[in-house]
Design a protein around this ligand. Structure first.
Ligand SMILES: Cc1cc2nc3c(=O)[nH]c(=O)nc-3n(C[C@H](O)[C@H](O)[C@H](O)COP(=O)(O)OP(=O)(O)OC[C@H]3O[C@@H](n4cnc5c(N)ncnc54)[C@H](O)[C@@H]3O)c2cc1C
Length: 554
């Protein structure tokens, strides 16, 4: 188990674009950052709390290892352990409400008692946000709140309980001629409430935009138990602040989302998928530009995965080569990197004509070595499995440090090679693979660093190095997974001190007792904050010392 405990300020941190011009004079001699909230004094869970929960919830919805509960602590492991097995809590109480009223009663009690609460969806999050950091938090698992409340076929507005699984919603919508505006590898387990709370991006974002564009309203139980009933389903509503957007991406730190109303696009009758093999990353940059320009409105996904990702998902050597022969339908397939290009449209002939013309042009040119167009649903599914199976394959190959970052696509190769060089030179073989893939249509690079074990030394080799590197490229340290517990203390690598201060004020206004998902998103003290922002610590570190300045984590 690896814990992201607060570590001392690194000796070197890079120049950030945010921050104070002269931070040292902003907070002379200060050790406490100006916006850091007092740490909430949260209560310990007692048998009386469990008795209270049992007074309004059936015993089947209360799983507690604390008397009078009857669940063995080991039976709570699944709720306490994240998808990667990296973050492990010790909560002794999991509640599984079926209704918004039940969530409200739970929250009223937790608020009165100052008990920490961790909202949990499908527990597929990758930054440790959905599991507790200690033993006194109550986990509220939304899995039993799984009813579709309404669907309007003419407007495409779907209203559903937060615990509905993404894939279930998509299957329902497909039967109605619509589709969910998001799709991700974890679709069989993740829930729409979790998707909203992480502002999940995924595979269709290039076409339908982020959840900020598609969520029309939310029902949220506030920390004190009151219910914000905002399931209006209106596309246009400019009556003041758009509060529901604050819960999109809040990672359970502001309230418990219990209902979601969102806009779903019509199902496209014509879906085409092409897999291209390209010689190198320079070719990828050129082809992505051409694809965008030529496919325009029918483009629905552009995904990149390099040789390392191919190898991890298909097997190294002969095994991977055999899959290549099958997928590309050729006896020999030259080595290289891969692009998946999906189109979705309403007129099959029109889309096929556009895509075929593009593929012919690309295959005639220097940037594409070979390609394959899925001929039926089975082939289409097979090609998507190659891309969607990467995260799981990395998990099977070893313990994974995940970096989900936004970086201009021109920099992806630089970021990957810098990291690979560091791994080769300094990890003493502990880092086995650095796997690169991502939603290139959105500039979202995923790096999975596969190791034999979770190890503090590896973590320190990678962090904050990765975040400094991303910052130096003008990127974001979290493109779509959120901050959770993994990246909370590094928030100043992507936000200014003023933004952090305002976020803390929002948190204090919504959750004055600090009971919601303690330890996630907003750190007690962010790295660099004691000195008034990272910029003030070491002006020009990157400029002056080049890559040497990135040695902060050693
Ligand atoms: C194989 C795989 C592929 C993935 N691919 C992608 C991808 O392409 N794009 C992407 O963005 N993510 C991806 N993820 C990450 C993850 O699936 C998403 O973050 C997902 O949205 C999490 O949903 P969940 O229901 O599992 O939430 P959980 O993991 O249970 O929780 C995530 C966070 O949301 C909070 N939360 C959950 N439910 C609620 C609620 N009802 N109210 C308030 N807070 C809540 C939790 O407290 C936690 O902070 C992937 C994960 C895996 C394992």
């Amino acid at each position: 188990m690896v814990r992201s405990a607060l570590s001392p300020l690194p000796r070197h941190v890079p120049l950030l674009r945010h921050g104070f011009a002269n931070a040292a004079t902003s907070f002379p001699g200060s050790t406490a950052p100006p916006s850091a909230p007092p740490q909430p004094q949260l209560a310990s869970l007692t048998p009386a709390d469990i008795e209270h929960f049992l007074s309004f919830l059936p015993a089947s919805q209360v799983q507690a290892s604390l008397a009078p509960g009857s669940t063995a602590q080991a039976d709570l492991d699944g709720y306490n352990t994240d998808w990667m097995g990296k973050y492990v809590g010790r909560s002794r109480c999991v509640l599984r409400p079926r209704t918004t009223d039940q969530v409200s009663s739970i929250m009223r009690h937790c608020y009165a008692r100052r008990l920490g609460v961790v909202p949990q969806g499908g527990n597929t999050g990758l930054v440790g946000g959905g599991v507790p950091t200690g033993s006194d938090e109550v986990i509220i698992n939304l899995g039993l709140m799984n009813q579709i409340r309404a669907f309007n076929a003419s407007s495409g507005v779907l209203t559903a309980d937060a615990g509905c699984v993404l894939q279930t919603l998509n299957t329902f919508l497909t039967s109605k001629g619509h589709v969910m505006p998001l799709d991700l590898g974890a679709k069989g387990s993740c829930q729409i409430g979790g998707n909203v709370s992480t502002n999940a991006g995924g595979l269709r974002m290039v076409r339908y935009g982020s959840l900020h564009a598609n969520v029309l309203g939310l029902e949220v139980v506030m920390p004190d138990g009151r219910v914000l009933r905002g399931l209006r389903g209106l596309r246009k509503d400019n009556t003041g602040y758009h509060l529901h957007h604050l819960f999109v991406g809040a990672e359970g730190t502001l309230g418990v989302v219990t209902g979601v109303s969102l806009l779903t696009p019509p199902l496209s009758p014509a879906v085409n998928l092409a897999l291209l093999r390209l010689p190198d990353y320079a070719a990828v940059l050129s082809v992505v530009g051409t694809v965008r320009a030529k496919l325009g409105e029918i483009l629905s996904a552009v995904e990149y995965f390099d040789e390392t990702a191919w190898a991890v998902v298909n097997g190294d050597g002969a095994a991977g080569a055999e899959v290549e022969r099958q997928v590309f339908g050729a006896d020999t397939v030259p080595p290289g990197v891969n692009l998946l290009i999906e189109t979705s449209g309403s007129v099959r002939e029109h889309d096929e004509e556009k895509l075929t013309a593009l593929l012919e042009e690309l295959l005639d040119g220097p940037h594409v070595l070979t390609g394959s167009l899925a001929q039926d649903e089975t082939q289409l599914g097979r090609m998507w499995d190659l891309r969607e199976g990467i995260a799981e394959a990395c998990g099977k190959a070893g313990k994974v440090y995940k970096y989900d970052v936004s970086v201009p696509i021109q920099e992806w190769q630089n970021v990957l090679s810098t990291l690979r060089q560091r791994a080769a030179e300094r990890s003493e073989g502990l880092i086995e693979r650095v796997v690169g893939f991502g939603h290139i249509g959105d500039g979202n690079l995923h790096i999975n660093v596969v190791c034999g074990r979770y190890d503090k030394a590896i973590e320190q080799l990678l962090e904050p190095f990765m975040f400094e590197l991303v910052e130096s490229k003008g990127g974001s340290i979290s493109a779509e997974h959120g901050l959770g517990v993994q990246k909370a203390k590094y928030i100043l690598y992507s936000k200014s001190p003023l933004e952090l201060e305002l976020m803390r004020k929002v948190k204090a206004a919504f959750d004055p007792r600090g009971i919601m998902n303690p330890g996630k998103v907003l750190p007690a003290v962010a790295v660099g904050e004691e000195r008034g922002g990272l910029e003030g610590v070491l002006q020009g570190a990157l400029a002056g010392a080049g890559a040497g300045a990135l040695e902060a984590g050693k």
